[in-house]
Design a protein around this ligand. Structure first.
Ligand SMILES: [Fe+2]
Ligand SMILES: [Fe+2]
Length: 135
C-alpha cells in the first residue's frame, strides 16, 4: 500500500505540475517501501538524495512562473519551499552522519508537508497560472 495516493483532490489542473507532484509522491512512497523492507542506509540515502534534488527542480519550475507572471503571493510561497528544503537537507545530513535512522516520523513529515502544500499553497496559484495561459 502506498503511503500517499495520487487523487484528483491533489490536482492543480496543470499537466506539467501534476506530473511533477506525482513523481514526488512516487519518491516518498519509494522511501517508505525501502524503510519497511529494511533496505540499507545506502539505498535509503540515494532515494533521499533523489528526492532532495527533484524537489529543487520542481520548486524552481513553480518559482520561474511566479517571476514570469508576477504572482502576488510569491514571497510567502517561496518561503514555504525554503523551509521544506532546510528540513530535508537537515534530515539528509543527520542521516548521512548516522545520527538519524529513517523513521516513520520523517517520512510522515515529508508526506504531510507535500500533501498540505499542494492542497493549500499550490492549488492557490493554480487559477492564476491558468489565467496566464499555463495548462
Ligand atoms: Fe508544488
Ligand atoms: Fe509549491
Amino acid at each position: 500500500m502506498p503511503l500517499i495516493q495520487w487523487s484528483n483532490k491533489l490536482s492543480v489542473n496543470i499537466e506539467a505540475i501534476d506530473k511533477q507532484h506525482q513523481r514526488l509522491i512516487d519518491m516518498i512512497n519509494e522511501l517508505n517501501d525501502a524503510m519497511r523492507q529494511g533496505k540499507g542506509r545506502e539505498v535509503a540515502g540515494k532515494i533521499i538524495d533523489g528526492l532532495v534534488s527533484y524537489t529543487r527542480t520542481h520548486f524552481t519550475f513553480e518559482e520561474k512562473y511566479f517571476a514570469q507572471y508576477v504572482y502576488p503571493e510569491s514571497e510567502a510561497h517561496i518561503n514555504e519551499h525554503k523551509h521544506f528544503e532546510r528540513k530535508a537537507a537537515e534530515f539528509r545530513r543527520d542521516f548521512g552522519k548516522g545520527k538519524l535512522t529513517l523513521s516513520m516520523q520523517i517520512i510522515n513529515f515529508l508526506s504531510d508537508w507535500l500533501r498540505t502544500h499542494i492542497q493549500g499553497s499550490d492549488q492557490k496559484y493554480a487559477p492564476f497560472f491558468r489565467q496566464n495561459g499555463l495548462k
